[in-house]
Design a protein around this ligand. Sequence first.
Ligand code: G3P
Length: 218
Amino acid sequence: MKFFVDTADVEEIRDLAATGLVDGITTNPSLVAKSGRKFADVIAEICSIVPGPVSAEVTATDYDTMLKEGRFLRGIADNVAVKVPLTRDGLKACRTLTSEDTMVNVTLCFSPAQAILAAKAGATFLSPFVGRLDDIGQEGMELIGDICEIFANYDSFGTEVLVASTRHPMHVVDAARMGADIVTVPPAVLRKMYDHPLTEKGLKAFLDDWAKTGQSIL
Ligand code: G3P
């Protein structure tokens, strides 16, 4: 399973990339707005920190302008994955951009039917949003189970399932159980994954006992 981090905060990315656990980055217009920086500058900087795919989202809604924006974003760095919404124009743009060897992340997927269309359109990554389904009282992870099951039936579907809108470590664990290819996590969720009270308690006990020996390893 690959870990992407869902943020446009360059300092967070630098810090988390140092763990060696970050395989890619996802951003969206809301995250870029939060960063308060110029879009192209942020994407260029992120791409220089993380060698894996960095998703940068178009903001046009019509095919022609999406293509222009997608080609511009792709020109920023080789590891840019152009993010397009799961709409008719978005999937048409996906098809054209992938035929030009550009990675495409199809975002805002909320149903298995949409997922099938994205795979047929040749998406490199498909982003189903689990947290936002949970928010409206649906079981977000059921969507991931359905998509993984469907994609496993067809070798011709090369699309990777990128679980997005994750809100807590159990989303990651459930996604791994279901065999999802990638999860993208906000920095806070990635940090929470390290935590367990018994780890803290056990470490404290080991170090207290070690102190009693008066020894040091080095
Ligand atoms: O990558 C998509 C993700 O950022 C959406 O997350 O928490 O805004 O639903 P959220």
